[in-house]
Design a protein. Structure first.
Length: 94
């Protein structure tokens, strides 16, 4: 079992200390960058709101984007599966 590593993250100008698997660090950092970039975008587009409003807007945006991203990746998974089957058949034929 892998040891969890500590990671300090900043979301909406607040710092949190979390523990993650070492292999997840890059993914977590990319996700944090996306979230914080979107927060900044909403802050500049919708002035006069408080940080909780921006966090709620980013949460809603992220929740609606994720299914679209997964759906877009589905054809890639099918293509990969199809190519693996083709490779197996070619190996048998050779």
């Amino acid at each position: 079992m892998q040891e969890l590593i500590p990671l300090n993250i900043v979301v909406a100008d607040r710092t949190y200390r979390i523990r993650i698997l070492p292999g997840d660090e890059e993914s977590v950092r990319k996700t944090l960058k996306t979230i914080n970039d979107k927060l900044l975008e909403f802050k500049t587009s919708f002035s006069g709101k408080d940080m909780q409003d921006y966090v709620a807007m980013v949460l809603l945006w992220y929740a609606t984007e994720l299914p679209a991203i997964r759906q877009a990746q589905a054809p890639e998974d099918k293509i990969t599966e199809w190519l693996q089957k083709m490779e197996t058949q070619l190996d048998k034929a050779l």
